[in-house]
Design a protein around this ligand. Structure first.
Ligand code: ADP
Ligand code: MG
Length: 247
């Protein structure tokens, strides 16, 4: 018993929590199947590594700040034009993130832009990438307060270190000139360093009006579109459709 307790204490000192939590089960299994010492050691390390990978994914899922978890499995591709199922499934391999490509979703409200962007983000987190999600209004708030507020500075730093940044709902609210400049600087900094997903209910042509500066908007779009796949989604709003169903 002493050896058992000491082992548990050593595991905790060494921060091997994965082994510590499944020690009883591992010993039990080894005794029953009479595994060799090397197999036991191997199981021990495998257990610790999968525990750490799982914990990291859980931490990153929380750190991404997804407003809700959405998956591709729950997306009805029959309802939307502009994104095919096989295309979406291919993108789940996240190669586009390795290549620092961007995905841009355009379309009317309720068409599934946010759903798709979150589903790609969740898939990326599960594959081990760091992802950040922000609505543009909050992203701008973070940029404006980064110099005076530690939490904002920390968030921006996390965004810059991530592999994928999702910027949702561009176009719902107009952006002041100073805000547009801050946003442009951020996109310039991100360009070719990380992948960006953008969702917008406004077409490119209306962005200049929304940002109040045609030259800067052109430069911004130039960066976003440099290595990008653009999806112009269309169809019936899912929100309205479901509302009608309930009536
Ligand atoms: P948008 O961002 O384009 O305004 P959302 O992605 O927020 O739309 O979609 C609104 C709601 O409808 C969400 O709950 C979303 O999960 C759901 N939804 C939209 N399109 C689909 C779809 N094709 N299949 C399943 N659910 C959908
Ligand atoms: Mg949305």
């Amino acid at each position: 018993m002493k050896a058992y307790e000491q082992t548990l204490s050593y595991l905790n000192t060494l921060n091997l929590r994965g082994v510590a939590t499944s020690l009883d089960e591992m010993i039990h299994d080894a005794e029953i199947s009479k595994t060799s010492y090397i197999t036991f050691l191997n199981t021990m390390f495998t257990t610790e590594i999968s525990y750490r990978v799982k914990r990291r994914v859980e931490r990153n899922m929380v750190g991404a700040h997804f407003p809700v978890i959405k998956r591709m499995d729950n997306f009805d591709f029959g309802r939307v034009k502009g994104m095919g199922k096989s295309e979406a499934v291919n993108l789940l391999d996240c190669r586009w993130i390795d290549n620092k490509e961007n995905l841009l979703f355009f379309g009317p409200p309720g068409i599934g832009k946010t759903h798709l962007s979150i589903a790609f983000g969740v898939a990326a987190v599960e594959k081990g990438y760091n992802v950040c999600f922000e609505r543009i209004t909050n992203l701008i708030k973070l940029l404006k307060t980064a110099e005076i507020q530690k939490t904002s500075e920390y968030r921006i730093r996390r965004i810059m270190k991530s592999s994928l940044m999702i910027i949702d709902e561009i176009g719902y609210t107009p952006i002041e000139k100073r805000e547009a400049n801050l946003f442009f600087s951020l996109i310039s900094e991100m360009h070719e360093k990380l992948s960006i997903i953008v969702t917008s209910n406004k077409s490119f042509e209306s962005w200049a009006e929304m940002m109040g500066d045609a030259v800067m908007t052109a430069a911004l779009l130039d960066r976003l579109l440099h290595h990008a796949r653009v999806f112009n989604l269309d169809g019936e709003s899912y929100r309205i459709k479901n509302q009608n169903k309930e009536v």
